[in-house]
Design a protein around this ligand. Structure first.
Ligand SMILES: [Fe+2]
Length: 302
């Protein structure tokens, strides 16, 4: 059973525990979600001017489009305002900023049709984020920057919450990826050849849940959920923002979602910044995770 809680006023402790059980949370826009999305809109509109970012793919060649993204995406990721807006957002949602750490936000573009689905606009096939080395308590926060449709958003595949899927995560090491894979994203036009964790057997996409919050709204889900980019059959590019959080107490006590099938190595533990003051995870905790603190998958697949 997967419950979807709308505008629920749960404490962060209750919300996290439900998210670790596979439930989903969706929220209407609030001042802090709007402020973060507004920054995304401003940067995107400036980058794609004179075109609307949702329609620019109709007017630009793929090469021109990729060149815009190559500037826009890092600019958003590293924009100093993000490091103010995300803590403000977390506070607005009742998170304890001393305990809650976040990573830099991404601005995603999912183009309509098959215009571009690699590299900087990689169309994520069904995957769990925990195939990419985060702690099991990682939560994903996802916000549409403009109105979206069910046809250009994202999908959760809830059947796989407690069903393993044969996958290549045992070949994925986060530190290797950072050194070799990620920085080559802008070179990947056409077919994406970088090594990603992926399913190694056919995925039953249905049942699937497509949460469609309003623009500036928010959707939170566990990094253990199998999810995918919906093939964009609408006529506009989808722009969204996402970032991730981990809770220090949950890291220490190893609370989080179950691991049903992830075998990746490395850790994202060095990426998170404390909401209160942007400090990194304390070294002794980070060290535990660097030493491959990860429960074995519940079921052996290999
Ligand atoms: Fe993902």
């Amino acid at each position: 059973m997967t419950a979807i809680f709308f505008d629920r006023k749960d404490s962060d402790d209750v919300r996290r525990s439900r998210l670790y059980q596979g439930d989903l949370y969706a929220f209407s826009p609030r001042p802090a979600t709007t402020a973060l999305c507004q920054l995304g809109r401003e940067l995107a509109e400036e980058a794609f001017a004179p075109f609307d970012p949702r329609d620019a793919q109709r007017y630009l060649s793929v090469e021109q489009y990729v060149a815009v993204l190559a500037q826009l995406k890092p600019r958003f990721i590293h924009h100093p305002r993000c490091k103010e807006l995300i803590p403000a957002l977390l506070a607005e949602f009742g998170c304890d900023l001393e305990q809650t750490y976040f990573d830099v936000p991404r601005l995603r573009t999912a183009c309509a049709g098959d215009y571009l689905n690699s590299g900087l606009a990689y169309a994520f096939k069904p995957h769990r984020d925990i195939w990419y080395s985060p702690p099991l308590c990682q939560l994903n926060w996802w916000l549409p920057v403009y109105p979206i449709e069910a046809e250009n958003g994202m999908a959760i595949h809830p059947h796989y919450w407690d069903h393993p899927l044969k996958n290549s995560s045992c070949e994925f090491n986060y530190q290797d990826w950072n050194e070799h894979g990620r920085k080559d994203a802008h070179k990947q036009v056409g077919k994406d050849t970088r090594r990603q964790s992926e399913a190694l057997e056919p995925v039953e996409l249905d049942p699937q849940i497509r949460v469609v919050p309003p623009e500036d709204g928010l959707f939170i889900f566990s990094a253990a959920h199998l999810h995918s980019t919906v093939p964009n059959t609408s006529d506009r590019t989808r722009l969204s923002i996402d970032f991730r959080t981990v809770h220090l107490g949950d890291l220490i006590h190893q609370h989080g979602a179950p691991n049903v099938d992830s075998n990746c190595t490395g850790t994202t533990i060095g990426d998170y910044l404390r909401g209160a003051d942007l400090a990194h995870i304390p070294e002794e905790i980070a060290e535990m995770y660097r030493n491959a603190l990860r429960p074995e998958p519940a079921l052996a697949l290999h």
